[in-house]
Write a new protein. Sequence first.
Lengths: 270, 199, 199
Amino acid sequence: MADNKGFFDKKDQFEADDRPVPAAHALVVDLDGYEGPLDILLALARDQKVDLLKISILQLAEQYLAFIEQARKLRLEIAADYLVMAAWLAYLKSRLLLPPEEEAEGPSGQELAERLAFQLKKLEAMRGAAEKLINGTITGRDRFLRGQPEGVTVIRHSKYDCSLRELLKAYAAHQDRKGIRNPLRLMREAVYSVEAALERLENMLGKLPDWADLRAYLPEDLNSPFEIRSAEASTLLASLQMVKEGQLELRQSSSFGPIQVRSRSRKDDE
Amino acid sequence: MTANPDHVRMAEALLFAAKEPLDEASIAARLPEDADIPEILILLEKNYQHKGINLVKLSGKWAFMTAPDLSWLLQDERDQERKLSRAGLETLAIIAYHQPVTRTEIEEIRGVGLSRGVMDILFDAGWIRPRGRRRTPGRPVTYGTTEEFLIHFGLDDVRDLPGYDEMKESGLLNTEPAGLFDDIPGMGDRELDPEEEED
Amino acid sequence: MTANPDHVRMAEALLFAAKEPLDEASIAARLPEDADIPEILILLEKNYQHKGINLVKLSGKWAFMTAPDLSWLLQDERDQERKLSRAGLETLAIIAYHQPVTRTEIEEIRGVGLSRGVMDILFDAGWIRPRGRRRTPGRPVTYGTTEEFLIHFGLDDVRDLPGYDEMKESGLLNTEPAGLFDDIPGMGDRELDPEEEED
């Protein structure tokens, strides 16, 4: 994601939108320009040119799904965050289109749509705030302290000057030097990628009985809680992608209950 | 009552000589005991109101600064500015407006994981700091902004952030999870409690 | 003739923000072409004549300076603050994170002997205090941080200090792409040493 675009390059101005915002209808698909799925949704929502709380979420969901579909056709690499949002929007779309079930559990499609609109509103507010902040009166850019101070300072209780940052850094530097921990290597090894999870799921699918706990698809050689968590997260994301591709079905009977999967083809055989 | 002109001169000298914005206690400690500090500051603020330099309050502390309309004149004095990415700036805004806020909450608002280095850059700039911990499982660290942040962005208080009151009013600053993915099976079982331990 | 008040404001800001005294040519170079520099400087000199700071001319260059009769105010301001040495910082950090901790334990953790002066400085700063004694042979004194320490560093509780792992994971220390492991409890939840007698 575009992380190191310096917005201070021009020194005197900040433009929140100096990268082109691709309009959905223009079929410009470039995920690199975006900072996550909400960023895309916000850009698409702006095309509707109404207050965020009044946009058509259904239309937005369709645009997003079309956008991701386009990216997939172009075989762009799509980060898991975007796929999770796609899965959720597909779900939301179905909830919005289907007649509300009597005594349906959980919030209605409309409520979910409102949550999304509010979430976008929050992000938009922060975008605007960031822009105002950087366009505000910045010390050392817009107004200046005395160029040749003579040394009067705030009277502190301690005559030693030390910030929390210095203290934390000193502790961390010391821990680093001790070298007992090496999270760098440890964590790299512990991360189980979505790609690896996908490969494993695809290979194993059909080798397990009908509905099987998703955990059964985790690799066997996991040791630390880090590795297990990472594998669980990646396997879930991989399964969501496969659901979307129509290879897999997912179910969960209760909140926080076990997530079960089965092969789609198996069901067709029945 | 009027401030003693000698005291006004002293405060003026101190504030001019200062290396950093001074709080009222630090001024009072250097002036005669009977000096009426608030009165002196009001008077000085007024005296300098229309000059090329003004007396301003930043993070609750006082400093003389050049008038903002003259910034064009002072191009040469500009500090080398830190390059801040869009992600960095947005994260800083979220921390400023939502503080105290956890890393997970920041990610939730932006809808995307924080990429490497963003927090580090803000921490190194001296603009954010750990503030405390949430009273939720895992006791995640919460973050807030520093005095340097307020001084840099020319603010007296966090509540002076642009649009702060309106945003707070309309609930835009709630750190409660959006609950976007809560209701689909298997997604987003994250639990967050806005309750917290604070300083 | 009188100087244009706008030009006076500009010169005032310029002289205030300048990092060194300015000669008339450099002031003229930054002000509009029609600015009457000598006139402006005479006026400014006069305006500040009785204030806490004066505009003075030093070997042909102009600068604002504290009024000579007030220089006593600034006498004891220089080199007031001292920086902690690296040993000091590290020792303070170890005491904060590992308290209550004995001198021998500090030396073990740091892997080097502790010179006498380091602890003295931390005591002098008001940041550490003896906490009690270990129930081990020799009953060594244990040390911990003070209330003053919390105030100085803006902390509510020493347990709010982010652990090493948390700093890494939250990206405050930039070594690892963060985001995946946010909420793994770090070393934050240190338990009080049962071997400890509290004071």
